[in-house]
Design a protein around this ligand. Structure first.
Ligand SMILES: NC(=O)c1ccc[n+]([C@@H]2O[C@H](COP(=O)([O-])OP(=O)(O)OC[C@H]3O[C@@H](n4cnc5c(N)ncnc54)[C@H](O)[C@@H]3O)[C@@H](O)[C@H]2O)c1
Ligand SMILES: [Zn+2]
Length: 390
């Protein structure tokens, strides 16, 4: 539930000229091809997004097209619009239906048709303003429109701020599966304002936190320790704490993306918790778990598999499981282990019939392997299921 106090604080933070006490600007560079780009992180930054966008416009006549959905436009549209107006950035809204089921090529095509009507040309800029759904569609639209126009990401969910907005992956779903159509199209900049998280529904907020825990386990012991030690502050959405967490996650993702844009190896480590997570999501027809929640259970399973096979030190496994539970509630796992195992075997990332797992070797270090016996997987899934019911 979003409290009135949180909303009021968010409005105060977002008011032009008002700085959140104690906040500091972070700027993280994502070094990738064809160019590097900055992730700007600051409380209240949305009110100054216009200045940043203005500096990125390809030419004086450039128009911006803001891809968003109703909840984001209702809560934060005016702040972004005023900021763009103050910086004399011409802009139009491309509002699309909200939710994962609307992340389709048809929706992208409708937006492209609207851009033509509004006179968009190759100098236009698409702004992804919303969660991962809006961001993924904005990215795909930008990469396809007239064979590619500029993109700016302004993520508004925690999941998008710590993950989806960075790295250039775009995509839409097909009936046959999620994200089956997509491109790689890096943004010119990412504009991240933690203050917008004040209006995010509680469940969505927590779902993003599991991805943040993941970043800690994969590559940042200090991020993991911070999340362990500051549960109350983080769950109360203390803006300074969130800005720090988001920046640390952005650093992890930027670092990995820079070293491995094509997901050849390193980028796979970010799939910690996703092997079992995807199986859980699919087995429950995407109805029972938010993506981040499924990743939470997936990390528990990975820690249990790791501990069971001697790859994860017992203390690290215990800390990972405790951290996930500390940021619960998570929906319980009803899916049968055998059904989940069958899903794992048919995962699109399966090689030679063997699912690959990202297993923790400690906090901040992981290993990708498919050398895990089915028995070890089943045992861990059973333990995860019974843990979820207590
Ligand atoms: N491109 C990538 O690298 C990448 C990485 C991870 C996930 N993704 C994609 O991201 C998507 C999931 O993203 P998500 O979890 O952000 O979900 P989402 O985009 O559906 O957003 C969740 C809900 O929160 C609302 N919302 C967003 N910001 C809000 C705010 N500040 N206040 C109030 N409501 C707000 C949205 O309108 C929506 O209803 C999936 O489609 C996934 O495939 C992409
Ligand atoms: Zn994820």
């Amino acid at each position: 539930m979003v409290t009135r106090a949180l909303r009021a604080r968010a409005a105060a933070i977002a008011a032009p000229g008002v700085r959140y006490h104690g906040s500091h600007v972070k700027r993280i560079l994502v070094r990738t091809k064809p160019r590097s780009y900055p992730v700007h992180i600051e409380c209240g930054l949305l009110a100054r997004a216009g200045e940043i966008v203005r500096g990125l416009l390809p030419n004086q006549r450039s128009q911006c097209f803001v891809v968003t959905a109703e909840p984001v436009r209702r809560n934060w549209g005016a702040v972004l619009a005023q900021s763009l107006e103050r910086s004399r950035v011409a802009h139009h809204w491309l509002e699309t239906a909200d939710g994962e089921s609307h992340k389709t090529l048809a929706a992208v095509e409708r937006m492209a048709a609207r851009m033509v009507e509004l006179g968009a040309d190759r100098g236009s800029v698409v702004i992804g303003f919303g969660g991962g759904v809006a961001g993924d569609m904005a990215g795909l639209l930008a990469s396809l429109y007239m064979r590619g126009v500029a993109l700016v990401q302004a993520p508004t969910t925690l999941l998008a701020q710590v993950d989806a907005a960075i790295g250039g992956k775009t995509g839409v779903n097909l009936k046959a599966g999620k994200n089956l159509l997509g491109t790689l199209h890096q943004p010119l900049a990412v504009i991240t304002d933690p203050a917008v998280l004040a209006t995010l529904p509680e469940r969505e907020f927590r779902a993003g936190l599991f991805e943040a825990i993941k970043c800690g386990v994969v590559r940042s012991p200090k991020l993991f320790a911070f999340l362990e030690a500051n549960r109350e502050l983080v769950l109360a959405r203390d803006m300074k704490a969130l800005a720090w967490v988001i920046a640390e996650c952005a650093k992890v993702k930027a670092d990995i993306v820079a070293k491995d844009v094509a997901e050849a190896g390193l980028r796979r480590t970010l799939n910690l918790g996703h092997t079992v997570g995807h199986a859980l999501e699919a087995e429950t027809r995407y109805k029972q778990f938010l993506h981040g929640e499924a990743v939470g259970w997936g990390m528990v399973a990975a820690a249990m598999i790791g501990a069971g096979t001697g790859k994860t030190p017992p203390d690290a496994a215990r800390r990972i499981i405790s951290a996930v539970l500390a940021y619960s509630p998570l929906p319980p796992v009803d899916a049968r282990p055998a059904a989940l195992l069958a899903r794992l075997r048919s995962d699109k990332k399966t090689r030679n019939g063997l699912p690959h797992f990202v297993l923790p070797r400690g906090i901040g270090r992981v290993e990708v392997t498919s050398a895990v016996s089915e028995e070890a997987i089943l045992q861990a899934l059973e333990r995860m299921r019974s843990l979820s019911r207590h």
